[in-house]
Design a protein around this ligand. Structure first.
Ligand code: MG
Length: 341
């Protein structure tokens, strides 16, 4: 008799080395959910849900969503397409919860076949671009210290979207001549963004992420027209359906599993963005090496990588993909290739 996969979930208490602050405030909750799917042979697939209040989820909402999903577990982990479609119908708004289940299913499939996920997808891990390391909002002094601590990372991502953006950029530029990318997390107006562009150019900023609030697509188009560096949509682009309205308005999109809700949806986003000649970035939330590794398997397909979520932690419970020196190193074990530390 066929048997449904057994689901278990528990809260992970993560700690960041420094408080992590961006334009819309500090991260108040560094708890994520560890999801395990077990088959009748005792093999387990793992995934992580990085719930974000901004996108309407909390660790508690993930746990209650998973309670609903318990009844929707497949009997066959290879039944990926129908299973994920069913999950979208059951609880479409719980993207982080679905992303954890999706990662766990893919992990289980890889383990059943004895191959790493990137091999299953036919990808060459050597093709992964280097990852940025993020410098969150802070005092000048602490920003300088963070730049120092990030000495091994070749590309820094600078969080802006405050009334002291010029000072932050100056502080970082005084401390390093590394490549800088900027993420305003929707913190600017069109006028402000266009006024910031010459400054960004002066400081050799190579990428500008989400300068404006998510719904201001016409504003994004105006910024992109004025900008010499590529403009990437993050908060404006959650799922594949958000891409067509962004065509011609931004240069690229930032895919995160906690926004799009599944590894298969992430692959669809890569395909659709490519069809429109857009740049593709893969990013993350504050999450452990478990969630980071699921996203890291996509890196050979993308142009820009920002997978520093676990590198910002002081108590990562897992060992998986790493970004030491900015170099994305994928584990060689089957499935996601993640193990407990
Ligand atoms: Mg971003």
């Amino acid at each position: 008799m066929s048997q449904h996969l057994h689901l278990e979930a528990e809260i992970l208490d993560l700690r960041t080395t420094h408080p992590f602050v961006i334009a819309r405030g500090g991260q108040s909750d560094d708890r994520t959910i560890w999801v395990r799917l077990r088959d009748r042979d005792g093999l387990e697939g793992w995934g992580e849900a990085a719930a974000s209040r901004y996108y309407g989820e909390t660790p508690e909402s993930v746990l209650s969503a998973l309670n609903v999903y318990v009844s929707g577990m497949p009997t066959d982990p290879f039944d990926l397409e129908d299973t994920e479609r069913r999950w979208v119908t059951t609880l479409g708004r719980n993207a982080a919860a679905r992303a954890a289940l999706s990662a766990a299913l893919h992990d289980l499939v890889g383990k059943r076949l004895g191959v790493p996920l990137y091999r299953l997808w036919g990808l060459d891990p050597a093709k992964a671009p280097r990852s940025t390391f993020t410098i969150g909002l802070d005092t000048d002094e602490r920003i300088r210290a963070k730049v120092h601590e990030a000495v091994e990372y070749p590309i820094l991502k600078v969080k802006l979207g405050t009334d002291r953006d010029r000072r932050i950029l100056e502080t970082i530029r005084e401390a390093t001549d590394k490549e800088l990318r900027v993420d305003a997390n929707g913190g600017w107006t069109v006028k402000r963004a266009i006024r910031m562009l010459p400054l960004l150019e002066e400081f050799n900023v190579t990428v500008l992420e989400q300068p404006l609030p998510p719904s201001d697509l016409e504003g994004l188009a105006a910024v992109t027209r004025h900008a010499r560096m590529p403009v990437i949509a993050d908060e404006s682009c959650l799922t594949v359906e958000d891409i067509p309205p962004l065509v011609g308005k931004v240069d690229g999109i930032n895919i995160k599993l906690a926004k799009c809700g599944s590894l298969r949806e992430a692959l669809r986003m890569v395909a659709v963005a490519r069809a429109h000649g857009m740049l593709v970035m893969v990013g993350c939330m504050i999450e452990s090496s478990l969630g980071i590794t699921a996203a890291a398997h996509l890196t050979p397909l993308v142009d820009l990588v920002d997978l520093d979520g676990a590198a910002l932690l002081s108590n990562d419970p897992f060992v998986g993909a790493t970004i030491a020196g900015g170099h994305v190193a994928l584990p060689e074990g089957p499935g996601l290739g993640v193990r407990a530390r």
